[in-house]
Write a protein that binds this ligand. Structure first.
Ligand code: VGL
Ligand code: ZN
Length: 203
């Protein structure tokens, strides 16, 4: 039983959005086709309150993309993005949602970011995704979506920690920074994860 986890396929991460991932929209038709090959399809949604601590605009004198120390954890200062109930937080309009059984929201606490769809960045709070997947008897997880070296990578990494098999589908993700994605791929492989292309997935 194969499970597809689509990470943050939201307007703000698409070209024209506030935190655009180059080519982010190109993966939508690929993800739509991929869904047919899976028994269970889940999506995560970056879902920040206004004034979230990951936004540069929430801190005096901070520049976008610099890293600060936030309560003892490094935090990149992002442009405002995926604010709850805004168009930027909505899924890409062409994403097929008929097979998506659940949406797991993350980044909802004002003072802490959450790259992984399982836990926040300090591993303090669970989203419930791990328990949900275990109850569904899902063991073999495949990851796609945005951004490759950030939320896709950290979600796949936590999946391994939680005892799942984790595979990133490389052509169904795009990176903000391709060099960082190369490092993330190597790190995931070291942990026992896999990197594949969608054409190798059997029905
Ligand atoms: C993401 C940066 C900030 C992502 C979310 O979905 O990769 N990146 N929030
Ligand atoms: Zn975010």
């Amino acid at each position: 039983m194969k499970t597809l986890i689509i990470v943050d396929p939201q307007n703000d991460f698409m070209p024209g959005g506030s935190l655009p991932v180059p080519g982010g929209d190109e993966i939508i038709p690929i993800i739509n086709k991929l869904q047919e090959k899976f028994d269970l399809v889940i999506v995560s949604q970056d879902w920040h309150p206004k004034g979230h601590a990951s936004f540069a605009s929430s801190h005096n004198g901070r520049n976008e993309f610099e890293t600060i120390d936030l309560h003892g954890t490094p935090q990149v200062m992002w442009p405002d993005h995926c604010i709850q109930n805004t168009g930027g937080a909505e899924f890409h309009k062409d994403l097929q949602t008929a097979k998506i059984e659940a949406i797991f929201r993350k980044g909802t606490s004002l003072e802490i970011d959450s790259y992984s769809a399982f836990y926040d960045n300090r591993h303090l709070k669970s989203t419930g995704l791990s328990g949900y997947l275990k109850e569904k008897n899902a063991k073999d997880l495949y990851f796609c979506g945005l951004a490759a070296e950030i939320c896709v990578y950290f979600t796949a990494k936590d999946a391994i920690k939680e005892g799942f098999k984790a595979t990133i589908i490389e052509d169904a993700t795009r990176a903000l920074n391709t060099e960082d994605f190369e490092k993330a791929k190597a790190a995931l492989k070291d942990l026992g994860g896999k990197i594949i292309t969608s054409s190798t997935i059997e029905n």
